[in-house]
Design a protein around this ligand. Structure first.
Ligand SMILES: O=C[C@H](O)[C@H](O)[C@H](O)COP(=O)(O)O
Length: 231
């Protein structure tokens, strides 16, 4: 069970971010517990008259959005998103993220890539000076996963095939997740390129360039990091 203050920080950041969602917008809806706060708040705003459409990044998020009354459409129907709001497992001072703790990294990265503006919402435990205390998730196709794991072992990345309740975890796209240890890696851009070169690795949870703003809850305050202001 997470401490109450972490939950408060998540909710603070999530609610703050919803103020950026205006009438008529198409909104990318992230996955995970922080995004769930954002989706519930947006649902409240929809009940009060906010006219938006959501594009969910996972089946779980789609279900929650429907439960709280946010009309949802597919990415194909949307074409492009006005804003995308999502959580993160870690972020550093260069606006780089590890995502995919909940297994939704592939659709999340596609939404981030198809959005005009990307907002990350997080509690303060997600802020790190160096990415990698959290394991980096990779999405891999089942046919290739055993051999991918051998390659990753050879790269000293300590791969672990993700399991839940004794079964191999499957993503919404019916792929597997392999979690790797990147704590010793210095050049994340190079690592990401190398990982994506392995046939059968569909995507990585490294989000290196997509983030515009990070909204972080810190105790009872909000801290906003703006990528434009820092570059
Ligand atoms: O796959 C899951 C997503 O990338 C989440 O955004 C990430 O794991 C953060 O989740 P939470 O808000 O529950 O910490």
């Amino acid at each position: 069970m997470k401490s109450t203050y972490v939950e408060n920080e998540k909710e603070l950041a999530a609610v703050h971010a919803t103020a950026m969602v205006k009438n008529g917008m198409i909104v990318g809806l992230g996955s995970g517990s922080t995004s769930a706060y954002m989706i519930k708040e947006l649902g409240e705003n929809v009940k009060k008259g906010l006219a938006i459409t959501g594009v969910p990044s996972s089946k779980k998020t789609a279900q929650l959005a429907q439960e709280v009354g946010i009309p949802i459409i597919t990415l194909e129907e949307a074409g492009f998103l006005d804003i995308n709001i999502d959580g993160a497992d870690e972020f550093d001072t260069e606006f780089r993220l590890i995502k995919g703790g909940g297994g939704a990294l592939l659709r999340e990265k596609i939404l981030a890539d198809n959005s005009r503006f990307n907002v990350i919402i997080a509690d303060s435990s997600k802020q790190v000076s160096k990415l990698g205390a959290y394991k980096l998730p990779l999405e891999a196709i089942p046919f290739a996963t055993a051999n991918i794991i051998k390659k990753l072992t050879g790269m000293h990345l300590k791969p672990m095939l993700r399991q839940t309740n004794g079964e191999t975890y499957k993503t919404d796209e019916n792929n597997f997740i392999v979690d790797i240890d990147i704590s010793d890696i210095r050049d994340l851009e190079k690592l990401n390129r190398n990982l994506l070169h392995i046939p059968g690795v569909v995507e990585t949870g490294l989000f290196l360039e997509s983030t515009d703003i990070i909204i972080m809850g810190k105790r009872d305050k909000i801290v906003v990091f703006n990528a434009k202001e820092s570059s």
